[in-house]
Design a protein around this ligand. Sequence first.
Ligand SMILES: NC(=O)c1ccc[n+]([C@@H]2O[C@H](COP(=O)([O-])OP(=O)(O)OC[C@H]3O[C@@H](n4cnc5c(N)ncnc54)[C@H](OP(=O)(O)O)[C@@H]3O)[C@@H](O)[C@H]2O)c1
Length: 227
Amino acid sequence: MAIASTLLDDYDATVALAARNPELIPADLVPPASPAGKSLAIALDYTDQVSITKAAESCHAAFEHIDLLVNCAAVNRAPGWPPEASKGSLEALRAAALEEILSINVIGPVMACQAFLPLLLRSKRPCVVNVSTSRASLGLVAGPGSFGYAVSKAALNMATRKIAAQLADSGGAAVAIDPGWVRTRMGGPEAPIEPAAAAARLLKVAIRNADSINGRFLNLDGEDVPW
Ligand SMILES: NC(=O)c1ccc[n+]([C@@H]2O[C@H](COP(=O)([O-])OP(=O)(O)OC[C@H]3O[C@@H](n4cnc5c(N)ncnc54)[C@H](OP(=O)(O)O)[C@@H]3O)[C@@H](O)[C@H]2O)c1
């Protein structure tokens, strides 16, 4: 939400907000449809390929091109499973829980990139931001915790490199950005970074020269995070 809100307020952008339950998106972010409407709410569940395809079709109907695709949604534990099934010790992990976390955090965002690629390629400067985390860093790995989350985001980082290689030919960029510890449902109330501040800083990194960010893993200051 904070990224969409910043794009609307600070960049005067036209925005499609995708959510599993678009009816829950606050009304001020999605005013009733009108010719002057700057935002559109669409349904998208990363675990449902049909919903990804339909979301892209809605955007095809509404927009000539898109300049920026932000894959932000993720889970840090498999929904419906006890935490240890996807984030505990090796002994406690469950295959189905790991599959679920990979489905949401990797396969969904990758298939969203595929579905939106034709619209992105109509932009003069297409950009994909995959929201990552320092927990994905092979260099910074600290312990066995957050197993499925860390593995899934490391895979998303590799996917970002692959997409970057493809977008380079069209003057575009794909970048993995670690937002730091943000005060959201996932980050919790102790997190030091407000969502609005994280969104503003993330977008400042994303709009940099495409060549300077393409295929990189960056933090909110635009500095490299170790892969
Ligand atoms: N918060 C932090 O400190 C922190 C740190 C490092 C990286 N990150 C990254 O920042 C990004 C945003 O995280 P957050 O802190 O905003 O997390 P969050 O508060 O837990 O929100 C996660 C969002 O993902 C959505 N989602 C979950 N499963 C989905 C699915 N199958 N299809 C579509 N959407 C789904 C949720 O939708 P519902 O509302 O419908 O559940 C929710 O809107 C994530 O990529 C996360 O890994 C966060």
